[in-house]
Design a protein around this ligand. Structure first.
Ligand code: GDP
Length: 490
């Protein structure tokens, strides 16, 4: 447990950070937007598409400020935090638009400042803000948020939780090598670096296996084991829970004492600074989830997504959590949960995906507090890689989506080369999500929605007669922007 002294110090620091931010906010209106989600949820693609659409006057009819013609211009400026890597927007955009290859995914934190100049709808605001908003976009792995509960757990509690999850039926086979090895080691034996490294490696392998496509389980803490950032190989990451801890305290110089110390270092040098320096300073947050992949993988993956989302949301809706929990989240007033990659579905199913995502969010938030940030849910595709069409078959019109499957992608035994287009029937989501969740709750195998998830290449961007590339097509990105930024551009 963190001592009251430590918590007080954190509080003082957070108050200071916030104050400094507020002071500069008076001179220069700024909105810090956090973009997170578990790996492969679509963070890099989302930020690239958002910035590209704002820089190039994309089609954003549901984003009021854009639709009413009040956006004057947007441009990139150096970011305010020198110690945080810059989000490499230009590289990502070039890969996606010129090469039609998806960009490299988020591996650590990065930041980008976009300045939006606009004409305020109200004379009062025009006078005060001068119609200029600095949007600081902060991209970070959702895995890192899952570390928050660790701050309230000592090493024994962490080990107990990790072991009981690892022994659950859906994970037991994946965790077997780690559990077996840990079972042969006496926690009271003398500390040995080789043991620590072996246990950390086996534990990390197990966490990685949970993420494989066919299992699609969400990550468990420690979040840096799969997303180490620049800490790869450091002692603060070379530990693992010990499943068979004796009740007696760790003898000096024992393996258990070493693991305990490193676990505490992980919390103090990795987890706390991350929350204090980054999460605590955010104003708004978007959380991307890949609900379709979870549904495709089955009942356990959906339950698991709910569990991870519940941990993520508790960072923004603290309820009656610990002191630190309430501190990190007091500033964020709006959270958008966006189910991504809606372009894998025909538009008739977009509302259904949204309804399912809403149910997942409701279920996840039933475990946490109801005060704190306002939460909204949306189905979206930051980049639309497909177009819709209809195919006639046996006198019936079938809705299909058309796109270019990635090089090496297989559909029904047919291998694609990354050049040829194809039309697929994307499948249907259940009209009423209730049936699906009833089956999930009954732990009976719910009827899996019959969706075909094909990985398509990014779309070919058309050019105008003057050779100007049009902006990236999307689905409902404009609604996301309206919710996240609209009131700050009023
Ligand atoms: P990150 O780990 O959250 O940064 O995830 P990325 O943004 O790198 O996205 C992971 C992968 O998901 C990409 O390589 C794409 O294949 C796919 N993806 C992400 N967003 C979209 C989208 O809007 N439409 C489609 N069709 N695919 C997407």
């Amino acid at each position: 447990m963190s001592s009251p002294i430590t918590s007080f110090t954190d509080e003082a620091l957070i108050a200071f950070d916030t104050l400094a931010d507020r002071a500069s906010n008076l001179i220069q209106p700024t909105l810090r937007l956090g973009v997170t989600g578990l790996s492969r949820a679509g963070k890099t693609v989302f930020i690239t598409a958002l910035v590209h659409n704002l820089l190039h006057g994309g089609r954003l009819p549901m984003f009021e400020a854009a639709h009413s013609g009040r956006l004057a211009r947007s441009f990139l400026e150096p970011q305010p935090d020198d110690a945080v890597p810059r989000f490499q927007y230009e590289d990502h955009a070039a890969r996606m638009i010129s090469d039609r290859i998806w960009p490299d995914s988020t591996r650590a934190i990065s930041e980008l400042r976009l300045v939006v100049e606009y004409e305020s709808a109200s004379g009062w605001n025009r006078f005060f803000s001068g119609g200029r908003l600095c949007l600081d976009i902060v991209d970070y792995p959702g895995e890192w948020l899952l570390d928050l509960p660790l701050l309230g757990q000592d090493f024994a509690a962490f080990s107990l939780n990790a072991a009981s999850l690892a022994r659950s039926p859906v994970r037991a086979d994946l965790a077997a090598p780690w559990l077996e090895k840990a079972g042969t080691i006496d926690p009271h034996k003398p500390a040995d670096e080789a043991d620590a490294r072996e246990l950390a490696r086996l534990f990390t392998d197990y966490l990685r296996a949970c993420k494989q496509d066919e299992r699609a389980l969400s990550t468990l803490p420690p979040g840096r084991f799969l997303m180490p950032g620049d800490l790869d190989g450091s002692p603060a990451l070379t530990f693992a829970p010990l499943p068979n801890l004796p009740d007696t305290p760790a003898p000096k110089g024992s393996l258990m004492a070493m693991m305990e110390r490193r676990y505490e270092s992980y919390k103090s040098v990795v987890v706390k600074p991350f929350f204090r320096e980054h999460v605590a300073r955010l104003d708004r947050q978007i959380v991307l989830i890949d609900a379709m992949q979870a549904m495709n993988a089955g009942h356990e993956a959906v339950i698991d997504l709910e569990r991870a989302l519940s941990d993520v949301l508790s960072c923004f809706r603290p309820g009656s959590g610990s002191l630190l929990t309430s501190l990190v989240s007091r500033r964020i007033d709006k959270v958008l949960i966006a189910a991504t990659k809606a372009d894998h579905l025909h538009h008739e199913s977009h509302d259904r995906l949204e309804a399912i995502a809403r149910r997942i969010v409701e279920r996840a938030s039933s475990h946490i507090g109801s005060s704190g940030a306002d939460i909204e849910v949306l189905a979206m595709a930051a980049v639309r890689a497909t177009r819709e069409a209809t195919v006639r078959q046996d006198g019936e019109e079938l809705p299909v989506i058309v796109g270019t499957p990635l090089d090496g992608e297989r559909i029904g035994g047919e291998l694609f080369d990354g050049k040829r287009k194809t039309a697929i029937f994307p499948g249907d989501l259940p009209k009423n999500p209730d049936a699906f969740f009833k089956a999930v709750d009954a732990a009976s195998k719910p009827p899996l929605p019959d969706i075909n998830i094909v990985r398509f290449r990014p779309p070919l961007i058309e050019e105008t007669e003057n050779g100007i590339k049009l902006s990236l097509p999307h689905i409902r990105l404009d609604r996301a922007l309206d919710y996240l930024l609209g009131d700050r551009l009023a």
